[in-house]
Design a protein around this ligand. Sequence first.
Ligand SMILES: [Zn+2]
Ligand SMILES: [Zn+2]
Length: 355
Amino acid sequence: MDGTLDDASDTEHFVNCGVCFCEFDEENRKPKFLLCAHTVCFNCLQKICLKDMISCPFCRKNFVDVTVTSLPNNLYALHIIKLKKEKETTASSLDCRTRLATALETRYDVQEQLDVVMKTIFEAGAQVKKLQVENYLHIAELMSAMKMNSPPATATVRPTVKPTVKPTYIFPSPTPTANNKFVLGESIFILRLFQSGALKCEIRIRPAPTFHPEFLQHLGKFCYKSPKDFITTAHAGVFALFSMSHLLFHPVVPNYTSNPWPGITPNAAPGEVGIILNKSSLPGSTLSSSAITSWSLILSVSPVNHQHKNVISPLPVEMFGHVMNTSDSPNEVVMELSKSKKSEVINYTISLESQ
Ligand SMILES: [Zn+2]
Ligand SMILES: [Zn+2]
């Protein structure tokens, strides 16, 4: 015994009763010193003790007129047990701390990796968004170019209708809503176009009954009787395309499936408003597959010929609604916008309100 308690077997015979082999304790197994200096636990001595006589189980010496209770405790054995217990507690708490530290370190590593993945996803999303905007811009430019190079009208191509021709369809006036809130089928949207901050035109749009009602309800509620300024990048061509985004409006269409609309086709009546919903399709994205990440409104400014159908058709254009204005002024402003150069287009801003 070198006092360091390093070897458990060194201490075994100090802390265990040599009769029952149980460890001494402060209760029923108190280590009791016999007069021969052997130590036996209280429990065993009580069984050994006969009529105030104790016979040492190790050296067979007999002691008379003694009671087990009166025998002194082996304080040394108790002290060794105490030290042993302390050592075990320290070791187990050290072991526990080591395991916790290792687990924590692993979690930090995982967090770091997740941060990298998240950053990559955000960067990829931003990149995709940038590519989308650039692509729309190219489409708008291509359509402008095609419009300028289109052959003169023949019998097979529908002649260009002057933009001043009034639409032949008539929409009923909006009925005031009884509930003082956005009501599908009754409420309308008002799109206001500003150029360098000055209101240029107001376009009243009756949403199409075929368009996703969840989206319309959500959007209608968002801007009900409170015009919201959307950060928009207007792309001009033979149609005007407004990329719509607002920090507080997160469009979601549950179970999204597109309701394809032929888009701006030769037969599309002037005054139809198209919409493109961009679904989140990033691999590993936390957004659900039905999440709409961005959307754009498309206003046709005049009927276009067949060639343009192929350009616009790859886009999932859906019918958003119909322009209700009876005056031609909105069309003229959009027409003006559609002729604008890229550098001028940035002067246009947009707000949307529902009533
Ligand atoms: Zn014993
Ligand atoms: Zn003895």
